[in-house]
Design a protein. Structure first.
Length: 194
């Protein structure tokens, strides 16, 4: 039995069309996340003798800002509810883990709390991608940053015996990769919004 033309799925170009208001809302959280991730990554690359207090505040701050950008991305008009929920949970995890790194000021806490926060936030991003990618085009921007963030978090927990420079190197390397993908996406959506 053949399907009628009216029951055929829409062509790919139709699925990839993004309304201007969605593109206008999507580029800002992507740009914020990408810019902060890039700054964090570059600081960790060139910071040869990191201080524990400053490193804790830096990692905590990037996780809080990353959580806020996840929440804002989930608030884009038209985002499906399951995607919003996944990003809301990821944002909460990222913010709470980032804040928990601040008071303890130890390499072990940076490895475990920071790593666990990144890993869980990354898993929530991949979850949001999985539930939103077919019906909401901007959700497709979540897969690679989510996988990289989760991978960096797991690597930090596995490498919990590393010194502070090594831990920041893992986190910073992951954030540089995230920055590349999110900044490219942000500029693309910014262009589409015009």
């Amino acid at each position: 039995m053949t399907s009628s033309p009216s029951s055929a799925q829409p062509s790919s170009p139709e699925l990839n069309k993004i309304p201007v208001e969605v593109a206008a809302a999507a580029w800002k959280p992507l740009l914020l996340r990408g810019a902060v991730a890039l700054i964090f990554g570059l600081v960790t690359v060139f910071w040869t003798t990191p201080q524990l207090t400053a490193a804790s505040f830096l990692l905590g701050a990037v996780m809080v800002v990353g959580g806020k950008s996840l929440f804002d991305f989930g608030s884009i008009p038209g985002a499906p509810e399951p995607m919003r929920r996944a990003l809301g949970i990821g944002a909460m995890v990222s913010i709470l883990a980032g804040l928990s790194v601040l008071p303890f000021q130890s390499e072990v806490m940076i490895a475990w709390m920071g790593g666990a926060g990144l890993a869980l936030a990354g898993v929530c991003e991949v979850w949001a991608w999985a539930v939103g990618r077919k019906s909401f085009v901007p959700a497709r921007e979540l897969l690679i940053p989510g996988v990289v963030t989760a991978g960096a978090g797991v690597a930090m927990m596995i490498g919990n015996q590393l010194d502070l420079h090594g831990l920041l190197g893992i986190a910073g390397g992951g954030h540089i990769i995230v920055a590349v993908f999110t900044l490219i996406a942000a500029l693309t959506y910014r262009f589409d919004a015009k």
